[in-house]
Design a protein around this ligand. Sequence first.
Ligand code: GDP
Length: 339
Amino acid sequence: MTRDSAANGDLARRVLAGERRALAQAITLVESAHPDHRAAAEDLLAQVLPHSGRAVRLGITGVPGVGKSTFIEAFGLYLIEEGHRVAVLAVDPTSRRSRGSILGDKTRMEILSRAPAAFIRPSPAGRTLGGVARRTREAMLVCEAAGFDVILVETVGVGQSETAVADMVDMFLLLLQPGAGDELQGFKRGIMELADLIVVNKADGDLAAAAERAAAEYQGALQFLRPASRSWRPEVLKCSSLSGQGMAEIWAAVGRFRVALGEGGEGGEGGELAEKRAAQALAWMWSEVGESLMTALRGHPGVAGQVRDLEAEVRAGALAPTAAAERLLTAFFGRSVEN
Ligand code: GDP
C-alpha cells in the first residue's frame, strides 16, 4: 500500500465514523481539480461507495427570493428534530460571488449550520455545469457514507442546473411563491415537468389567501403536464418557512413518494426508485466518459495545435463543421474515424 492510499484509508475510516472534519476534508479532496488529487479522490470514493446510497435524496429549486434558504433551514431543523441527519449541498454553476445569494452558504442557514446533525456545503466552483454536478454527486456519496440520511441538493431556478440536479436525486421539489400567476409560461413549465412536489412557500400572514389561490392554480396546471415519474402524481402543498408550518406534511409527501416508487425492499430492489438510481448511475458513467474525453481531446497537442485555425475557418464559413470535427478527431486518434 502506498503512503497516499494508506492516508486515504484513514480518511475513509474517519468519514465512515462520522467525523465532521474528515467529511469536510474528503469533500475538498473530491472537489479538487488537481490531477494528483483526482486519483486519491477516486480511491476514497471507491472505499465509501459500499456505504453510500441509503439516504433520501431530495432536490430543491426555485427562483432567487422564493425562500430556498429559509425553507431549507426550517425543513432541515424539522428533520433533525425527527432524528434525521441532514446534509445540504448545492449546484450553482454561475459565478458564485456575482449574485446576492450564494447557494448552500452557511450564513443563509445560520441556525441549521450550527446543528451537529446538519452539514452544509456550498456549491463547488467550476467552469462547466457538468463539472460542478459531478463534484456534488460525489460529495453526496461521501455524506451518505458519513451517516447523513437526508441529502438536500439546492439549485437555483434559472437554467439547466435543475435538470442536472433532477438527474442526481430521488425526488425533485419546486418551491414557488404566491402572486405569480404568469409563472406558468415558458421555462417555468419545463421546470414544473421535472417536479415531483410543488410547494407554495410564504403561505402566511397577508400572503395566505394568495398562496391558497396559487396552490389551486398550480394543481390545475399539473393536469396538463406529464408527470416525472410513472408511479407518482405530483402534489401541490403549501408551507411557511418562516413559521415552520407545513414541514411535517412535506416530509409525509416525501414518504408517500418513496413508497409509491417501491422503496422499502432490501436495497430498494425492483421498484421505480431502484431503476431510477440505476439509470442515474449509468448516465453519470457516460457523462464522466464524455467529460474526460473532452478534457483529453482539448489537451492533446495535435488538437490544440490546429483548433484555433479550424475554429476560425468554421466561423468564416470556409470549412464545413463536419470536416473540421473530422480533422480534430483524426488528430486525436491518430487515424481517421468513421461515424
Ligand atoms: P432564496 O433566495 O430563495 O434563498 O430566498 P430566501 O430564503 O433568502 O428568502 C427570500 C425572502 O423571502 C426573505 O426576505 C425571507 O425572509 C422571505 N421568506 C422566506 N420564506 C418565507 C415565508 O415562509 N414567509 C414569508 N412571509 N417570507 C418568507
